[in-house]
Ligand binder design. Structure first.
Ligand code: NAD
Length: 438
């Protein structure tokens, strides 16, 4: 038996703060409240329903993950957030139209109490929406300090023991890393000087880490994926993770891609298109926000298929991703994939996927698990980038020099082995030694 790592107790309240209180955030909050009252089951959440195998297969030890490792109890969660609109979580959830009105009405009191704090917002970074509930200050550093104050006030008012922050706000325009993102000193100077390359999401991330609160990024924005904030997270012993929740079409891609690759079926082209009509779709209708999303969605296949190692199968693959805003669909996104594949002697075949999904229904359990596992990471004294949570992201953040793992099954093994490692259990490598004559 290996030694168990020291993990602080999860007793006490866990505050979960989300910049952005739109469809994803309110579906998550309402879902946790409803599940706590036995009004529904948290399907899709590994922290609530997942099991983990321990030891040899013959030992039949498969406990629920939440019974195996000390995790925060969802009954001890309190929710807060920021938004540019003043709607409380009940009003925002009603407008998002994801969950049924009856369900929302049965938890109206709890949801109505969650009121958004004024946001840090800049229309240069999110173009297709604008709102009034926005902070005004002289410098971006002042805005960061106001956010730190919000975090501390929330913690005190709700008597929280610990906090986590998950970015659930709109996708910002595509931003390339520049000199101001390269070190903490430069980043802080840029905050003082109101540098245009510091996006609102970066100000939230800075404030969160400064306040000692783990930060996960659910959108494809640059946000914490830069040397300056990684430096701050390492220095402050705070876990960070990103980016872009892996749901919908990309989830399917990371399920199908590894399957085709493992049987060495070639891919000539993969055309993916989506129609969606929620506020996220409206923001992504702007070319610059779409560019951020496109880069995140496109990166997935490259690392799964490894075209450099298998040029005959994947080097010339044509990969295209489109997102179209189509209001009648609301949150019920429809995504189509046309995959042109080839096999034995180059004979061609096609796979068509028509996924009628509900984006926020797929994202809500991801938010819950990230809140729970980021809190675990902090209690287990794990700082900086949490690559073991890649499982939840389209563009997993990794340490410098490492290629991200996109294959969802490899990600799951890494995730489970991390839990085993923390609890002093043998890691599982699926190697059966009984075939060999020693
Ligand atoms: N639903 C999914 O499956 C999924 C998957 C991956 C990523 N995401 C990302 O998650 C995010 C949320 O998605 P959604 O469907 O809830 O979108 P949404 O538009 O319903 O909600 C986003 C909210 O963020 C608010 N907002 C924008 N900028 C803000 C700021 N600077 N500070 C505070 N609030 C701000 C908006 O007013 C809006 O209410 C988007 O970036 C989306 O791309 C969603």
């Amino acid at each position: 038996m290996k030694t168990k790592k020291e993990i602080k107790s999860p007793k006490g309240k866990l505050g979960v703060l989300t910049p952005g209180m739109g469809a994803v955030s309110t579906t998550f909050m309402a879902g946790v409240i409803a599940a706590n009252k036995n009004l529904g089951k948290p399907f899709g959440s590994i922290s609530q329903m997942g099991r983990i195998r321990l030891g040899k297969r013959t030992e039949e030890r498969n406990p629920l993950i939440k019974d195996f490792i000390p995790l925060a109890d969802t009954n001890e969660m309190v929710f807060g957030g920021w938004d540019i609109f003043e709607d409380n979580a009940y009003e925002a959830a009603m407008k998002s139209g994801v969950l049924e009105k009856d369900l929302l009405n049965s938890i109206k009191d709890e949801l109505s109490e969650i009121k958004p704090m004024p946001a840090v917002f800049d229309t240069k970074y999110v173009k297709n929406i604008d709102g009034e509930n926005v902070k005004k200050a002289k410098t971006k550093m002042d805005l960061a300090n106001e956010l730190i104050e919000d975090i501390q006030n929330f913690k005190e008012a709700n008597q929280c023991d610990r906090m986590v922050m998950i970015w659930c706000a709109s996708t910002e325009v595509y931003t390339q890393m520049s000199d101001v993102h390269m070190s903490l000193d430069k980043f802080e100077k840029a905050l003082e000087e109101n540098h245009p390359s510091i996006a609102p999401s970066m100000i939230y991330a800075y404030a969160s880490i400064k306040a000692g609160v783990p930060f996960a990024n659910g959108a494809p924005n640059l946000t914490i994926d830069m040397p300056a904030l990684i430096e701050l997270a390492n220095k402050s012993n705070v876990p960070i993770a990103g980016k872009d929740f892996k749901t919908g079409q990309t989830l399917m891609k990371t399920i199908l891609g590894p399957g085709l690759k493992t049987r060495l079926l070639g891919i000539e082209g993969w055309f993916s298109t989506n129609i969606l009509g929620n506020r996220d779709g409206k923001v992504l209708d702007d070319v610059d926000s779409f560019k951020t999303k496109e880069v995140s969605k496109l990166s997935v296949l490259e690392s799964i298929l490894e075209p450099d190692k298998y040029p005959e199968l994947y080097k010339d693959m044509y990969h295209k991703v489109r997102i179209n805003y189509y209001p009648p669909k609301g949150d019920d996104k429809e995504s189509w994939d046309n995959i042109d594949i080839f096999g034995w002697l180059g004979y061609k075949m096609q796979i068509k996927v028509d996924f009628l999904c509900k984006d926020s229904i797929l994202a809500a359990p991801v938010v819950l698990d990230l809140a729970i596992f980021m809190d675990l990471a902090q209690r287990a004294n794990m700082k900086g980038i949490q690559e073991w949570l890649s499982f939840y992201f389209k563009s997993p953040q990794t340490k410098e020099g490492l290629t991200p793992i996109h294959d969802i099954f490899q990600q799951r093994i890494k995730f489970e082995n991390t839990l085993r490692y923390l609890m002093g259990e043998e890691l599982i490598n699926y190697l059966g030694l009984d075939y060999y004559q020693e």
